[in-house]
Write a protein that binds this ligand. Structure first.
Ligand SMILES: Cc1cc2nc3c(=O)[nH]c(=O)nc-3n(C[C@H](O)[C@H](O)[C@H](O)COP(=O)(O)OP(=O)(O)OC[C@H]3O[C@@H](n4cnc5c(N)ncnc54)[C@H](O)[C@@H]3O)c2cc1C
Length: 362
């Protein structure tokens, strides 16, 4: 059983930001994730193509940095070699405020792996529930996909839930006051389809323009079914497999919500059919994957950060669904930047908590 000051559940951008900052402040931190590697929605998937092993980004294709605090952090990551600038045409084409996008390099998960290497972390551990007893938190885990009995995974002074809100609510003791607030945040689901296409079909800008021109009805996307297409190896640092293109197709969130229970195979077939019809050509697909993100994007109405730290119990929450005070343009910040800022805001509150009785790191 692990013993620590902070147990952090979730090794995505929010959890790893909290973990590295608290570790840097001298606290004993253990981070845990149910997946086999770091990243959460910033993860990548290994692909074998024509005897070459490469990878493709499975979630977020690229992120923006609009707030000085996050911009400074991104510059540090660039200097460390785990983040690169992606071409700006993409950001403009998607109507984002930012003029630049950033990506983990050489793959999306390189960024979270860089952070994960700085802290103690356990993968393939799904935390199943939490108990608060005698002023300490006990976490219990079981191995995903196995019949392992539940075991006590850790005892800690504090817990930070860095998972999507519904998953965080499920871990809390019954009738915990935070549960209702967490359950009220309806994350938006999204299908993502990865296609390995034989031959060099077209530049991504042309694919986008062709699709968009044909479906003027589609709001905020390329067609009613397809939200965006990214040719993965055009991002910096990616391995180019000669004669192939790796496409990441994000299904439209509205279409995804309506078709969330389709089989992955049917999702692939529908997306391929749509692409072929719109592009007016048949595609030679050598490999295909459909991934269902049940919690892809937060809703417009996020949870206020006033609820992100319960000092008495030493219980914190962070993630992209939490609204911090930062504003970018007319709206709040989005996605990865929002996940980072929510964790930084939480750590700031923890540091300011005078009555905190954590073991003194000095
Ligand atoms: C298809 C797609 C497109 C996107 N596009 C953009 C974009 O253009 N720009 C942008 O900024 N953002 C985008 N995003 C959103 C961005 O990826 C997220 O906002 C950000 O990565 C969220 O980080 P997080 O740490 O809050 O959560 P997550 O990355 O979801 O991390 C949560 C972690 O918790 C783990 N976990 C959950 N339950 C448990 C448990 N019981 N025990 C242990 N571990 C658990 C999960 O395995 C996961 O690793 C996109 C996301 C997707 C999926």
């Amino acid at each position: 059983m692990k013993e620590c000051d902070f147990l952090i559940i979730g090794a995505g951008m929010a959890g790893l930001t909290a973990a590295t900052q608290l570790h840097g402040a001298g606290h004993r931190v253990v981070c845990v994730d149910k997946a086999r590697g770091s990243g959460g929605r910033l993860s990548s998937k290994r692909v074998d193509l024509a005897d070459i092993t490469t990878s493709v980004d499975l979630g977020c294709p690229g992120f923006s940095a609009t707030i000085p605090l996050f911009q400074a952090q991104v510059r540090e990551w660039q200097a460390a070699g785990c983040v690169s600038v992606w071409h700006r045409e993409h950001a403009e084409a998607m109507g984002q405020d930012a003029t630049e996008l950033f990506v983990g390099s050489p793959r999306s998960s390189s960024l979270t792996r860089y952070l994960a290497n700085q802290v103690e972390i356990d993968f393939s551990q799904r935390i199943t529930r939490l108990e608060y007893q005698g002023g300490r938190w006990y976490s219990y885990s079981g191995r995903p996909g196995t019949d392992d009995e539940e075991v006590c995974f850790s005892v800690s002074d504090a817990v930070i839930l860095a998972t999507p809100p519904r998953q965080a609510a499920d871990l809390l003791p019954q009738e915990h006051p935070l549960q209702e607030a967490l359950q009220s945040v309806e994350m938006i689901p999204q299908w993502v389809v990865i296609l390995a296409v034989k031959g060099v079909v077209a530049a991504p800008e042309r694919i986008r323009d062709t699709l968009r021109a044909q479906d003027p009805k589609a709001s905020e996307g390329l067609t009613e079914c397809i939200y965006d297409v990214t040719v993965d190896h055009q991002k910096p640092g990616r391995v180019n497999v000669p004669g192939f293109q790796l496409w990441q197709i994000q299904a439209h969130p509205d279409w995804s919500a309506e078709n969330i229970d389709l089989s992955p195979d049917l999702v692939c077939r529908t997306v391929i059919r749509e692409l072929e019809a719109r592009l007016g050509m048949s595609l030679e697909i050598v490999s295909q994957i459909a991934h269902r993100w049940l919690y892809s994007l937060p809703p417009d109405q996020k949870l206020s950060s006033s609820q992100n730290w319960i000092a008495g119990e030493r219980l914190g929450i962070c993630g992209d669904y939490i609204q911090t005070d930062h504003r970018s343009g007319k709206s709040g910040v989005a996605g990865v930047e929002s996940a980072y800022l929510s964790a930084a805001d939480l750590v700031q509150k923890i540091k300011l908590q005078k009555s905190a009785n954590f073991s003194d790191p000095s």
